[in-house]
Design a protein around this ligand. Structure first.
Ligand code: FES
Ligand SMILES: [Fe+2]
Length: 437
């Protein structure tokens, strides 16, 4: 299989040397503890750098195994100008290919999800197996070797039923360490064996980093997310000594709920301790299991389970939320009754797709075991509210009057995310400099 490296002529142009120098100056001038200057969020040149240095170089969450249950089932994922096919091959393995025909480059699959016997190009019908081998190319000149025209592969790593891909042929190796930490937290939920109950795609008119920054703090939750804070403790992110007085009752409920949660976790063999390594490694991540308010079972208006069927081999619904965050593009929550995954995919400097997927037990029946509206309401509303905040932020940082402002202590994860982002930009620059590009 030939290795995919982007030929220099295919790299996204970042403008002239002066533009590149300006980008580098801004990267080197990052002020810790403060939001980033405007061009990081608004400039198409910066966006091109983000695509190469972040999205084409790190592990990206693409989908869950539950989304491609049978051979030939696929999802497509667009990341900036890239498009990737995630497909289950005839041997049952999860594969990923660039969604680009090896004949004259036509995009092969245009639907977000579907099922195929083979992948057939709509232009001149070159035909590939789900594994990516070219098996039909019409009449070709003598000496044409189909084996040389397999689909370009994309690296795949499945962790606890979550499919991560990497567009670089030399993906960050720390994914094995990260997988070893996070797998025990989610294995009991059997994500690979779950069923997709719903999926929503929301395009936000906002830079991908504003979407991620917004997700890394709950400073805005108390005022901004009335449905979410029925169950999500608004004390999230506060050090105990910094919790405002008005949130003290919620914090006391949280401590009581944690006691019950830990007992249930220990009985089910589920780890719950917080592991936070958001910066200082290529695959920055954070995982914990924390209590939910109300009945403590699920993200519903009163906290009771939205689905009557437990996931995997869990013995109780009172398991709070196992919350995972992997940079640059995912966060998700696993509860006793369902899992909700989020994938953030950058489309342009000011456009980001947020794909949300709800997974339930394979034998849970809609209308019998769960009501779709009850299952999805909290995160549909929360996503809409977050999109609104991110779009307002995008408008504000686009003004010449904007200047970076300070993060509050409860926004430490935002600062950590930005630290990681700057680390990755610098690592990418060092690597390209050492290759003499
Ligand atoms: S471009 Fe795909 S078959 Fe011609
Ligand atoms: Fe939010």
């Amino acid at each position: 299989m030939d290795e995919l490296t982007l030929a220099p002529e295919n790299r996204i142009a970042e403008g002239d040397r002066e533009t590149r120098n300006e980008i580098d100056r801004l990267i080197d001038g990052r002020r810790p503890g403060y939001s980033l200057p405007s061009p990081f969020y608004t400039s198409p040149d910066f966006f091109a750098r983000d695509l190469e240095a972040i999205f084409a170089s790190t592990w990206i969450f693409a989908a869950s195994v539950a989304e491609v249950p049978e051979a030939g089932d696929f999802v497509t994922v667009d990341i900036g100008t890239y498009s990737v096919i995630i497909i289950r091959d005839d041997d049952g393995a999860i594969r990923a290919h660039h969604n680009v025909c090896r004949h004259r480059g036509t995009r092969l699959l245009n639907d977000l999800t579907g099922s195929v016997g083979n992948i057939v190009c709509g232009y001149h019908q070159w035909t590939y197996t789900p594994g990516g081998e070219l098996i039909s190319a019409g009449v070709q000149a003598p000496g044409f070797d189909m084996a040389c025209f397999s689909l370009r592969p994309v690296e795949v790593r499945v962790i606890g039923g979550l499919i991560f891909i990497c567009l670089s042929p030399t993906p960050p190796e720390d994914i094995d360490e990260v997988a070893a930490v996070i797998e025990p937290y989610i294995a009991g939920h059997d994500i690979a064996g779950a069923k997709v109950a719903a999926q929503s795609d929301l395009i936000e008119d906002s830079n991908w980093k504003l979407v991620m920054e917004n997700n890394r703090e709950c400073y805005h939750c108390e005022a901004g997310h009335p449905e979410l804070t029925c169950t999500f403790f608004p004390t999230y992110g506060y050090a105990p000594e910094e919790i405002p007085k008005r949130l003290q009752p919620a914090y006391q409920r949280y401590l009581d709920a944690e006691e019950q949660l830990h007992e249930n976790c220990e009985r089910n063999g589920l780890p719950y301790a917080l592991v936070e390594e958001l910066s200082g490694r290529p695959t920055g991540f954070r995982i914990e299991r924390a209590a939910l308010d109300g009945k403590g079972e699920s993200y519903t208006m009163d906290g009771s389970a939205a689905s009557a069927k437990l996931l995997g081999d869990l013995d109780t619904f009172v398991l709070g939320r196992a919350s995972l965050h992997v940079q640059p593009n995912t966060w998700f929550h696993a509860m006793g009754d369902h899992v909700v995954t989020f994938s953030l995919l950058p489309l342009a400097a000011d456009k980001t797709l947020v794909r949300t997927t709800w997974l339930v037990a394979p034998d849970a029946e809609e209308g019998v075991d769960y009501d779709l509206e009850n299952l999805t309401t909290v995160w549909i509303k929360t996503n809409e509210q977050d999109a609104h905040f991110c779009e307002l932020a995008q408008s504000g940082v686009s003004s010449p009057a904007y200047e970076p402002g300070p993060y509050a202590p409860t926004e430490s994860q935002v600062d950590d995310f930005v630290t990681w982002y700057i680390e990755r930009l610098k690592a990418h620059r060092d690597a390209t400099d050492s290759r003499g590009e």
